[in-house]
Design a protein around this ligand. Structure first.
Ligand SMILES: C[S@@+](CC[C@H](N)C(=O)[O-])C[C@H]1O[C@@H](n2cnc3c(N)ncnc32)[C@H](O)[C@@H]1O
Length: 288
C-alpha cells in the first residue's frame, strides 16, 4: 500500500474511533479492507481509497472502522476481575445501607458479549444472597456487526471452551447443532447498544460499575485520558472501574486511583474505596 493511502486510513481510524494504526500494522489493512472494497463494489482497495479522498459515504466509513476493530474476547476473561467483582465489589454494595438495591453496570467495549454475559451469569448465581436487588447491564460497542452477533447469544464450541466453567454451560446454555444458545433469562439481563467511546456519554446515565477492558490499549494517550475522564463523569461517587490487565490510569489521569490491594480495579480518588473524603453517606446521598 502506498504511504499516502496508509495515511488516509490511519487518520480516518483515529478520527472516527480513536484506534491508532501504526506502520507495523499496515499489513492488516490489505486483509481486512479487501472484503469491504468488495462489499461496496470497488475493484480494489486503491479505488476505495480514491473515494475516501472525496466525499465518502457514511456506511463505507462505518464498515472500514468495523473491519479494523479487534474483537478478541472470552467468557470470564482473565478470571481475576470476576473474582474481585464477586468477592469485593458485590459485598461492598450489599453491605451498604441507604443505597437503592439496584446496580447499573456498563460493559463499555462489549465485543461479542462474553464479558456482559459472564456478569449476568455471575449475578444470577449470586442472586440468593442479594434478595430484592435489580441489575441493569448495558453493553456497548462501536461495531454494529459484533453487536448483532452479541445479541444472538449463540456461541461456537471453541468460544464456550474458553473460560466458561462447564457447570455454567450446562445450566445456562442449550445446545443447537454445533453451537450453544444462551438461555433467554440470562440474555435478557443485558441491553446491547451502539456507542462510540469518543462520543458524549451523558445520555448513558450513571453507572455503579464500569468494565472498560482491552480497548484503551488501542488509543493514544490523549484519547485514553479523555475517555477515562468522561467515564468518571458517568460514575456514582462510590463506583468501581475495571480496566484490562495491560491498562492503567497511572500517568494518564487523576480522575481515578487504583483501589489498594486490588489489581486492575479503580475508583474515584475521593471515594471510600481509596480512603478519600467522600464518605459512604455522601455517596449514597448523591445517588438517592
Ligand atoms: C479486544 S475487544 C475487548 C472486549 C472485552 N471488553 C474484553 O476485554 O474481552 C475491543 C472492543 O472495543 C471495540 N471498540 C474499539 N474502538 C471503540 C470505540 N471507539 N468505541 C467503542 N468501542 C470500541 C471494538 O469493536 C472491540 O469489540
Amino acid at each position: 500500500m502506498r504511504i499516502t493511502d496508509f495515511e488516509i486510513y490511519r487518520d480516518l481510524l483515529k478520527q472516527k474511533s480513536g484506534l491508532i494504526l501504526t506502520p507495523d500494522k499496515s499489513y492488516l489493512l490489505d486483509s481486512r479492507l479487501n472484503p469491504v472494497a468488495k462489499k461496496h463494489g470497488y475493484a480494489s482497495i486503491e479505488a476505495m481509497t480514491d473515494v475516501l479522498r472525496a466525499v465518502p459515504p457514511k456506511d463505507l466509513i462505518n464498515d472500514i472502522v468495523e473491519a479494523m476493530t479487534t474483537n478478541e474476547t472470552s467468557f470470564f476473561r482473565d478470571t481475576r476481575p470476576f473474582d474481585v467483582f464477586k468477592g469485593h465489589v458485590l459485598p461492598y454494595f450489599r453491605g451498604k445501607t441507604g443505597r437503592p438495591k439496584k446496580l447499573r453496570i456498563w460493559s463499555a467495549a462489549a465485543s461479542s458479549g462474553q464479558e456482559s454475559y459472564s456478569l449476568s451469569m455471575l449475578l444470577k448465581e449470586e442472586q440468593p444472597s442479594l434478595p430484592g436487588w435489580q441489575f441493569e447491564i448495558v453493553a456497548t460497542d462501536i461495531s454494529h456487526q459484533i453487536l448483532d452477533q452479541a445479541k444472538e447469544g449463540l456461541f461456537t464450541q471453541f468460544e464456550v471452551q474458553r473460560g466458561l466453567p462447564i457447570q455454567l454451560l450446562m445450566k445456562y446454555f442449550t445446545q443447537q447443532g454445533d453451537r450453544w444458545q444462551l438461555n433467554p433469562d440470562i440474555r435478557n439481563m443485558v441491553k446491547f447498544q451502539y456507542f462510540n467511546l469518543l462520543d458524549n456519554m451523558a445520555g448513558l446515565g450513571q453507572f455503579d460499575i464500569v468494565f472498560c477492558r482491552n480497548v484503551l490499549i488501542y488509543f493514544d494517550q490523549p484519547t485514553k485520558k479523555k475517555v477515562l475522564e468522561n467515564i468518571a463523569k458517568q460514575m456514582a461517587p462510590d463506583g468501581f472501574l475495571f480496566l484490562g490487565g495491560a491498562e492503567t490510569v497511572l500517568g494518564i489521569t487523576e480522575a481515578f486511583k487504583g483501589v489498594p490491594g486490588q489489581r486492575a480495579l479503580y475508583a474515584k480518588p475521593d471515594s471510600p474505596h481509596c480512603g478519600g473524603a467522600s464518605s459512604s453517606a455522601s455517596g449514597a446521598a448523591a445517588l438517592a
